[in-house]
Write a protein that binds this ligand. Structure first.
Ligand code: GSH
Length: 278
């Protein structure tokens, strides 16, 4: 890995890094906060149009992460520089909109491999770099990244021991963003969509996969909630159907953005620390 910049922050280091990714077939960037004493790692997946910088700059997570001993890994949201036709034509598909899955459809299948990149390449590389135990890794995210956090946690429970989300796209097979992304990346067969839909994955569980509980925060003035893009109530019902404990918090007046995320960041960091660092 190449360190592009390094900034001392709350006694730790905020790094911006670049590496060659074999899974993606292109260079990828990520941000990494290393606290003074790293005891566990928390992966944050960002939403549509974001990059590794968005959360790092706007969420205000470093102070409490430093106190708790949580390293923070902020990947980018898609490959960049593939120069595929149409990759940057819309803000909710292609560049900045990888949806944290491996595409099966052309022309996306070669580079749009965010799930394999994160789980098989970036995460092991960073754990080795920090010398951290693999069993102290949690995942959280926002919007498209909330979808990513919930689905990757459910698809890889051996990798992620704690999970939470801010305003996640919680039932993507049923909303416009998800239909566009899944149709483009996975094709028309909706059976393959269910494998990447947090609510569908939860409904299929035979026992609660995260018995210590999942935390979800949702702003009630979030325009994407009102446009039916998020559907957290569908995920909550899926959790209930398999006895998965979920704390679904509705916040009056908060919108979809990072002022909302920053307001509840500390609760999420403590939720993960309580489950990972016992
Ligand atoms: N460009 C979109 C909005 C995109 C958006 O809100 N992205 C969210 C994630 S879904 C975000 O986190 N944006 C970055 C930011 O708020 O700094 C629009 O025109 O409505």
């Amino acid at each position: 890995m190449e360190i592009l910049s390094s900034h001392t922050c709350f006694g730790g280091q905020q790094l911006f890094c670049r590496h060659e990714s074999a899974e993606i077939g292109l260079p990828m960037r990520y941000a990494l906060f290393v606290p003074p004493e790293a005891k566990g790692l928390l992966v944050f997946l960002a939403g549509l149009t974001c990059s590794e910088e968005t959360f790092t700059i706007k969420a205000g997570a470093q102070r409490v992460a430093a106190e708790l001993g949580l390293a923070l890994l902020m990947p980018d949201t898609s490959p960049r520089g593939a120069n595929l036709p149409g990759e940057a034509e819309s803000w909710d598909f292609g560049v900045g909109a990888g949806f944290y899955l491996d595409a099966t459809q052309q022309p996306w299948a070669r580079h749009w491999r965010m799930e394999s990149y994160l789980t098989e390449e970036l995460l092991p590389e960073v754990l080795a770099e920090l010398g951290l135990p693999a069993e102290r890794v949690g995942i959280f995210g926002h919007s498209m990244g909330g979808h990513g956090a919930l689905t990757l946690a459910l698809r890889h429970p051996q990798l992620f021991r704690s999970v939470s989300a801010f305003a996640p796209i919680a039932a993507p097979s049923q909303c416009a963003w998800g239909k566009k992304a899944f149709g483009g990346y996975l094709g028309a067969d909706t059976n393959t969509w269910a494998e990447h839909d947090a609510s569908e994955l939860m409904k299929r569980q035979t026992r609660p996969p995260f018995p210590a509980g999942i935390l979800i925060d949702q702003g009630m003035s979030d325009k994407f909630l009102l446009e039916m893009q998020l559907l957290p109530e569908v995920f909550e019902a899926a959790c209930k159907s398999v006895d998965q404990p979920v704390t679904m918090r509705w916040h009056k007046g908060y919108d979809h953005g990072y002022y909302f995320i920053a307001s509840f960041m500390e609760d999420h960091l403590r939720h993960h620390a309580a489950q990972l660092l016992r």
